[in-house]
Design a protein around this ligand. Sequence first.
Ligand code: BGC
Length: 676
Amino acid sequence: MNEKQEEKELSDLPFRNQDLDIEQRVNDLLNRLTLKEKFKLLAGRHRWETKPIDRLGIPPFLMTDGPHGVAPHSSGGKECTYFPVGICRAASWNPELSFQFGKAIAEEVRDVGSHMILGPGVNIDRTPLCGRTFEYQTEDPYLNKKLAVPVIKGVQGERIAACIKHYICNNQEKNRYTYSAEVSQRALEEIYFPAYKAAVEEADVWSVMGSYNKINGVYGCAHKRLLKDVLMDKWGFRGFVVSDWNATHLIDNPEECIKAGLSLEMPRAKHYKRRYLKEAYSQGKFTEEELDEDVRRLLRVMCLVGIFDDPKTLPRGSRNTKEHQNLARKIAEQGIVLLKNEDNVLPIEMGQVQKIAIKGTNADRELAEGGGSSAVKPPYEITPFKGIQKKGGNKIEIIDDVSEADFVFLILGLDHEEHNDVENSDRESLELPKDQLDLIDEVSKTNENIVVVLINGSPIKMESWINKVKAIIEAWYPGQEGGHVIADIIFGDINPSGKLPLTFPKQLADSPAHITDKRYPGNEKVFYDEDIFVGYRYFDKEGIKPLFPFGFGLSFTSFKYENIQLDKTEFSGDETLTVSLDLENIGEREGAEIVQLYIQEIEPKIKRPEKELRGFERVFLNPKQKNKIQFEITKDALSYYDENLKSWTVDAGKYKVLIGSSSRDIRLESNFNYKE
Ligand code: BGC
């Protein structure tokens, strides 16, 4: 047969038939594979892809790093849009924006020729020191899932696979290859699972990445209970599990991974070497059914992304488009958080200032290409300095002498060097670097109009300097358009509206993971003894005042909350309770408020957080505009995981609904009863 005939013959095979049901296609393909070929498919090559099987025309399945832009190291060095990092996007509390982001990043993945993005990253921010806090979203499980689901839907709508990571309890980078998260079932259910569960149940995520660490003594990629029993059987995951890169190395043998449901060992075979698999198989250590199940999942995702389909029928890719750049800018506009604004110094009226000074390590620093696997190589990056300079044009002079300046902008924060916001190491303190503290000190001696702009991805301690500065803008790593947005906020073209997706503690010792060394950094074991009291749940319980609470962020306008109404005072079973309120913009500027709904059980039978986020809405209002906001509550919002019953449950009793502008700024409340 010549090449043409061969191609023709291959293209006639049922698994290539786009009109057939996907399971039929998968089964057809699976049945054509020899044992050897199945083994071959289970491990990667060249760091970012699976091995092709030419006989059947199976091409490599290509993966690329994310989560906030397609990474150069896994896309042949290509330039791609650098979106704001995960925590910045999360601070927008905007699911629709997360959807658009997912769609855009998938278009870039398609354009570089890949099939899967290694993101979103959704590990809970358990400690403010975690080196990857910037990549993740939040300390709160509800916000986490509400933002993860639309990202995945956006990505997969383009027929690109999303790979949610890192399953599970990879909440620190220190000792990440070896530690065991000693965590209760309740904390798993209430805090750590929700984003993954929703990713499966609500977004049909096509891939999950197994973490490096152990969970209660078993490695993530060999965790039969958490992978097979929970993820697959209980939640109904139909995609495939891929190992984090080299995460299988300390696992004892291949059969553990096969039986747990690990379909793909990356970046290359260690346990899934053909000869090891052959040996284990011939010794009966796993069955062909077990093997088939793992292979089937990978083949299914290959079909889902259209690897065997006519490329003309697939969504089109695009990269670095104006649209993506505008989206990067929009995410920063909504995700940057104004933390302090004494005497309403911001926004600065153009024309009222002549001279400004811009200082600080991060003033003109490009940071896209750092951080580890999340690095991006953008076509350009607008630094804060460039953004402010451009905006000031010839109306504002940038001078060197801080004592002569009308305003001094100190652009501070962290970077992606070791022990900062970076993979594979954690921060060692909450403080800004010493030279930055000295700079604030020095500048404050001659100028009182200091505006600090923070470029960083995790909480900063501010006690020693917060009173020396007038305003603080938490800009995170705001992506390639970030500098423009910072300038827009400073000069009032954008009214800041982001809210913190995690607590900023006053000091590390206030943080629940830092009560003892057993909790953090731990050793071989890291004890999650704070249990469900992660983030604000702990600060509330202990009555500790944080530096800035979960859900906090200032605006240039103010909002009035009034007229809370519940459509009933008692509800039961599967009924819905409707909560409404009026929100009015009572300031002079248009702006967005993020209205937060928390639930409290008034006399709980078991220990429960004082309040838990169960709803939120980003509302944009013009000056004097008033809108009715409505939330629907079902019993799910009241439920908790009962370790005795081994299931989620709701207790009949009294509850409170709390409506706040932050978790510590509750504006309205009302009680209701739940009856079984
Ligand atoms: C990281 C993953 C990443 C992978 C591939 C690992 O070290 O933990 O998040 O996707 O490398 O770069």
